[in-house]
Design a protein around this ligand. Structure first.
Ligand SMILES: Cc1cc2nc3c(=O)[nH]c(=O)nc-3n(C[C@H](O)[C@H](O)[C@H](O)COP(=O)(O)O)c2cc1C
Length: 111
């Protein structure tokens, strides 16, 4: 519900936000949950994911899976394979061959 930082002329419309404005805040919450649960439960990263980089940032922050909604409305179903292929590339760049190796590597920086 928080509109802080929004510049759109639509910023005062009623209702909950979704998409990009949620990315930073929801990633901070994800990282806090990762710490609060002591890595004992699987977390799904959600909020403002619109690219492989966004999805990978959620994994880095502590998610083991991601969910997205708004970006698919704007970019269509092909966003899903673009994210999957992009994450393969990002994993390889980090020298990882499994997604599990990337989970939580930046959690501390989001706290
Ligand atoms: C139109 C719309 C309907 C939604 N309906 C539900 C719902 O029924 N149940 C739910 O848990 N989340 C619902 N959500 C929340 C999304 O699952 C998601 O958590 C949220 O939109 C943030 O992700 P996004 O930035 O990728 O959209 C809805 C979101 C939108 C925009």
């Amino acid at each position: 519900m928080d509109r802080d930082g929004l510049r759109s002329s639509d910023r005062d419309q009623k209702g909950g936000l979704s998409g990009r404005p949620l990315f930073e805040k929801s990633t901070r919450v994800l990282a806090k949950m990762r710490v609060a649960t002591a890595n004992r439960i699987d977390l799904v990263g959600v909020g403002g994911i619109g690219s492989a980089e966004d999805a990978y940032a959620k994994i880095h922050a502590g998610a083991c899976a991601v969910q997205l909604y708004s970006a698919m409305v704007y970019q269509g179903l092909s966003l899903v394979p673009r994210i999957a292929l992009g994450m393969d590339r990002l994993l390889a760049n980090d020298g990882f061959d499994q997604l599990g190796q990337a989970i939580g590597v930046t959690t501390e920086s989001w706290l």
